[in-house]
Design a protein around this ligand. Structure first.
Ligand SMILES: [Zn+2]
Length: 468
């Protein structure tokens, strides 16, 4: 598991009531969590609901936001954002799929927040930046939102940007329930989750959970889900997801707690607890609290118990990598990738370890892994950054000047993935000069150049589409 943190600086014109606009700056640290196991679980859980909604599961990006806030929303077309606070609050996979079905109802109903066009094809990081930036922009016209930002919380502004009307919420519920019915999943979990949130609409807004604020939850909505559940055929009412989902759900929660609150994890999951999820949480928490040797012993036990589980090898390799034991980390990541062949994140980690091994004989293999990672997920900034390093090293070793253009091209792709169009365009233009005209990377760099505001720069008058 790794964090992608970025500092978002919001420059705002505040205080609409004052005669002279005041400028204020607010910086927010935001992190996403990328984790192959958690993402695999969330996709597996949601896939039947996506299909029932007529959506292609592989077209939907699920983003985990590291925040204790309880929230979930959809943005940028096919992206569903889930906060760790919400994931941790769900007791069962049935409750979580209830929340997912509701969010999918927003996608299927086209209830998309503003800025849809710019957000399509943007990375999750760029989308969240746009959402929070736009939320801040709204502050100029809303003293409520402005106050939220002045107080440093940002949340009130987010709410006014993200929230839907009660009617739209009710229609997302209705759609979500029909997707659950069609997937043979009981609406009981959705009802249970809503009941967890019940009563919050009467709380002062600073005590409500963000989920209730962005998805206004009224008694009417709870009643409608209750009625739907009561009228479901008995077989559907009692339908349970296969036991494997309960296990995956427990492991997700154990893993999140182990990483995010290791001290709490060590208290909650005692060393007397025989469950794999408990030992997993402890192994992670020990590693996170600077006890790698003990963590590896526990991980080895887990591997012994489940020798075909790629994520246990991944954890062990990550601990080894961060302890400087790169050689063993390389073999661990290799094993994880043998067991799960189509994970961009596992390929990326393997490629990273191969680069760090500083063994020139590993460079080609590293490049191969990173290119595979790109095939599975073309918009992952770190993969492109690592590929730039690997190509750079290759260029030093071979003295082939073509690699210089490739490095610049990879950095242009990284900028695209980060939603930084301006520097993507500049890098792409530079990359084209170093690459063989008409070669695949040259063509790709040209695509980037043309798709990133080709008319808006000082060079635009100088070239036609076909030259450079
Ligand atoms: Zn909603």
């Amino acid at each position: 598991m790794r964090w992608i943190s970025f500092l978002l600086i919001l420059l705002l014109i505040l205080n609409p009531l004052a005669l002279t606009p005041a400028r204020a700056q607010s910086a927010n640290n935001i992190s996403f969590i990328r984790d192959a196991e958690i993402e695999n679980y969330l996709h597996a859980l949601a896939a039947p609901v996506y299909r029932a909604a007529g959506l292609d599961p592989s077209a939907i990006t699920i983003v985990v936001v590291d925040s204790s806030v309880v929230n979930a929303f959809v943005a940028g077309g096919m992206n569903e954002f889930f906060y760790t606070g919400l994931l941790q609050l769900t007791d069962t996979p049935e409750q979580l799929i209830g929340v997912m079905a509701h969010e999918t109802g927003h996608i299927a109903g086209g209830h998309l927040i503003r800025g849809r066009e710019e957000m399509e094809n943007a990375s999750a990081e760029a989308i969240l930046g746009m959402i929070l930036g736009a939320a801040a922009g709204l502050a100029a016209g809303s003293s409520d939102a402005a106050q939220g930002i002045i107080s440093g919380s940002q949340q009130v502004a987010e709410r006014s940007f993200l929230s839907f009307s009660r009617t739209v919420e009710a229609s997302a519920d209705a759609a979500g329930m029909s997707f659950l019915d069609r997937s043979g999943i009981s609406t009981k979990g959705m009802l249970e989750f809503f009941k967890k949130m019940e009563g919050q609409e009467y709380l002062p807004s600073d005590r409500q959970s963000e989920y209730v604020r962005t998805h206004p939850l009224t008694q009417d909505r709870i009643d409608a889900v209750q009625l739907h559940y009561d009228n479901s055929p008995p077989a559907l009412k009692d339908a349970k997801l296969p036991a494997i989902y309960t296990e995956m759900h427990e492991r997700m929660k154990a893993k999140l707690l182990g990483y995010l609150q290791p001290d709490t994890a060590l208290l909650r999951y005692t060393d007397k607890d025989p469950r794999a999820s408990a030992r997993y949480a402890r192994a992670i928490a020990l590693y996170r609290t600077g006890q790698p040797a003990h963590a590896i012993t526990l991980t080895d036990d887990l591997i012994k118990q489940e020798p075909n589980n790629p994520f246990f090898y991944e954890l062990k390799a990550q601990i080894q990598f961060e302890s400087g034991n790169i050689k063993d980390a390389v073999s661990g990541y290799k094993k994880a990738n043998d067991l799960l062949q189509d994970s961009s994140l596992l390929r990326q980690s393997y490629g990273h370890a191969l680069i760090e091994s500083k063994d020139p004989a590993n460079l080609d293999l590293a490049i191969k892994q990173l290119l595979l990672a790109n095939q599975f997920e073309p918009r992952e900034p770190l993969t492109w950054r690592l590929l730039a390093s690997a190509w750079g090293l290759k260029g030093e070793a071979t003295k082939d000047p073509e690699y210089e253009g490739m490095v610049t091209y990879a950095l242009a792709e990284e900028a695209v993935a980060k939603g930084n169009d301006k520097s993507a365009g500049q890098l792409a233009r530079r990359a084209m000069k170093g690459l063989k005209k008409g070669s695949p990377y040259w063509l790709r760099a040209q695509d980037i150049k043309l798709s990133t505001a080709p008319e808006s720069d000082e060079e635009s008058g100088k070239h036609k589409k076909s030259d450079d």
